[in-house]
Design a binder for this molecule. Structure first.
Ligand code: GDP
Ligand code: MG
Length: 436
């Protein structure tokens, strides 16, 4: 059985599940790759022939020379996008990109507000990277944003800045008591140049995608699917969803599969989804983490799994696989397929645990509760497994995995009841056990 398209890839934990690698792997089967949420706070790493590519805005399909789309649900820091484009152009890769005019642009005052807020929050800081993403979304929702269409039109850029900027400056200086030295002209001059460079990528992603996925087959208005294969790349992970995630330690966007419809601008329709499940759990920043490990095992997983932020370099918190998280992610996004990643990392530990349920007092539950006050009281119920302590990174067939690793994977499959299509056993593009 092959994987069906259109296909959306979603992280089932707190991000960094290895989505970049799986998108890169599946992009070779796709024609178009679309990124539709988040900004450059979501980092992906893809390894090809030993070379590591770090991407934050450009979809991972770039390494297969696919047509790439940045849909309106994203926010873009133009400086970072231009840097990523130039990185590939210097290597002789043509960047075939379309950016939706409705995309919101990250401005210098978003970053300044972000930094000022974190200082103000002190110990309760959310661990934001001061990239201004949250504040850019705030403006988007409050209709005070600067969109891609403004960035590429000098008159409109100046007009929007004149309306929006004075209030931002007041807020940074009078409310947060921080200095903000840039003037409207400074910002205009810098951003005008970004606009000039990016203008050629303008296109209506919503309309293009809708026409790609569906075409009228008869005058009766019936529609039939076209054969162009579209891969939607979701950033972050389910529990970083701004509403269904572990609020308030989340991003500002929907990260669940359904977000793809408004964020691209698509009619409701069947889009297949593949959930990425890392064989253990990691989390960046603050917030409850029921299966978190401390001490030697945690350090071992962090070191072997290279669990340090792609963008931030911060050490990620590490813990055992938590099926309550994944079950909830399956319910929220309706995964048709799963991919288990980084199984090779667990070769480093002797005994492995999986959290199968939570206890809150005497109550046993199997999903993440709706209320975060309850989530913070959840105690994990574990099932213990023997480790395999063997290098599995060269294995390409399930039957060739050590018995203990087979038992581990089969248990996950049985508990979650969604077909496991890819088991990733190394960072390299071809280090996979494929079942499709
Ligand atoms: P994403 O944000 O979900 O795309 O994940 P990141 O790229 O932030 O983090 C995943 C990291 O794990 C990257 O450095 C990948 O190169 C690496 N990686 C992905 N899959 C595997 C795997 O199966 N084994 C190992 N050892 N590393 C992997
Ligand atoms: Mg990441």
């Amino acid at each position: 059985m092959t994987l069906k398209f259109p296909l959306i890839i979603v992280g089932s934990q707190w991000g960094d599940e290895g989505k970049g690698k799986i998108v890169d792997l599946l992009a070779c089967q796709a024609d178009y790759v679309v990124r539709y949420n988040g900004g450059n706070n979501a980092g992906h790493s893809v390894v090809v022939n030993g070379e590591k590519f770090k991407l934050s805005l450009i979809p991972s399909g770039i390494l297969h020379n696919k047509k790439l789309f940045l849909a309106q649900g994203m926010v873009i820091d133009p400086k970072i996008l231009i840097e990523e484009i130039e990185l590939f152009e210097k290597r002789g890769v043509k960047v075939d990109l379309m950016i939706d005019p409705r995309v919101n642009i990250v401005m210098p005052y978003h970053k300044a507000l972000d930094a000022a807020t974190e200082v103000w929050k002190g110990k309760k800081a959310t661990g934001s990277l001061h990239l201004g993403i949250g504040y850019c979304y705030e403006d988007k929702n409050n209709r005070s944003g600067i969109r891609f269409e403004d960035l590429i039109s000098p008159d409109s850029l100046k007009e929007r800045l004149k309306t929006i900027f004075p209030l931002k400056k007041l807020r940074i200086e009078k409310i947060f008591g921080q200095k903000f030295n840039l003037s409207i002209n400074d910002i205009y001059n810098e951003y005008f140049n970004y606009g000039k460079k990016l203008k050629k990528y303008l296109g209506d992603v919503s309309k293009t995608m809708q026409e790609t996925l569906f075409r009228p087959t008869s005058l009766s208005g019936l529609r039939g699917a076209k054969s162009t294969k579209v891969l939607f790349e979701g950033a972050h992970g389910t529990f970083l969803d701004g509403i269904f995630g572990t609020y308030p330690y989340t991003t500002a966007v929907y990260t669940i599969a359904g977000g793809v419809f408004p964020y691209v601008g698509l009619q409701p329709q069947k889009i297949y989804s593949l959930g990425i499940v890392k064989s253990y759990t990691t989390r960046v920043g603050n917030g409850s983490f029921p299966t978190e490990l401390f001490g030697k095992t945690s350090e071992k997983i962090r070191e072997v799994g290279e669990e340090f932020g792609t963008v931030s370099k911060r050490p990620r918190r590490c813990g055992w696989l938590d099926l309550c998280l994944v079950r909830t992610a399956i319910r929220l996004s309706g995964f048709d397929y799963l991919s288990i990643t980084k199984l090779d990392v667990l070769s480093a530990v002797k005994k492995i645990k999986i959290c199968v349920a939570y206890k809150i007092g005497r109550k046993v539950i199997k999903e993440v509760p709706a209320m975060m006050n309850e989530f913070s009281r959840c105690q994990p119920v574990y099932k213990e497994f023997k480790g395999w302590k063997k290098d599995i990174s060269k294995i390409r067939k399930f039957k060739e995995l050590p018995k203990e690793a087979q038992i581990y994977i089969k248990f996950i499959g049985k508990q979650l009841r969604v077909p496991i299509k890819i088991i990733s056993v190394g960072a390299e593009r071809n280090a996979n056990i494929k079942n499709f």
